[in-house]
Design a protein around this ligand. Sequence first.
Ligand code: IMP
Ligand code: MG
Length: 186
Amino acid sequence: MTNRDIQKILISEDELDTVVTRLAAEIDRDYSGSDKRLVLLCILKGSIVFMGDLMKKINVPVEIDCMRVSSYGNGTSSGGSVNIILDVMRSDINTCDFLIVEDIIDSGRTLAYLTGYLMNKGARSVKTCTLLDKPSRRAVDFTPDYIGIEIPDEFVVGYGLDYAERYRELPFVGILKPEVYKDSDE
Ligand code: IMP
Ligand code: MG
């Protein structure tokens, strides 16, 4: 049963599973046999569902950590700056090989900022993995190391992604009906 506010399912549960399995295999391939200390860094809150599924499918040993940032208000368009709301709390950053796990890359500002931020803090390496990519929306030149699926310039919800904090629990990625924005913008 789909949610009544959803216009269309863009990526089904089965497709998501296939994509996450592929990303985990790519990460295994790149990190296995290395002396890297892989720390999966979940970017709260949108990446929580993707992170949980991805980490279960990765075979190399991982540690996990979280950061929370905001670049969006309540609406559907990006603000210009990135604010850190919850920082990574550890004293051993210089021995960590971070893989930032992000739900979606849009303007590219969040991932570009976080990569620089962690490198400045002395991380041994920083790579990025995004489930969804909207390449047509890029405002800064940034290409993630691992990309799940490219999607068109549509605002999507579900599988962790929200609109005004709703719809994160949906097991698929879908496009909202336009009247949902209209009602709440007024
Ligand atoms: P960027 O900094 O513009 O690349 O924005 C990335 C962040 O914007 C993501 O982590 C999401 O939180 C949010 N975002 C961008 N597009 C969407 C969308 O279609 N649905 C929900 N959140 C989105
Ligand atoms: Mg996010």
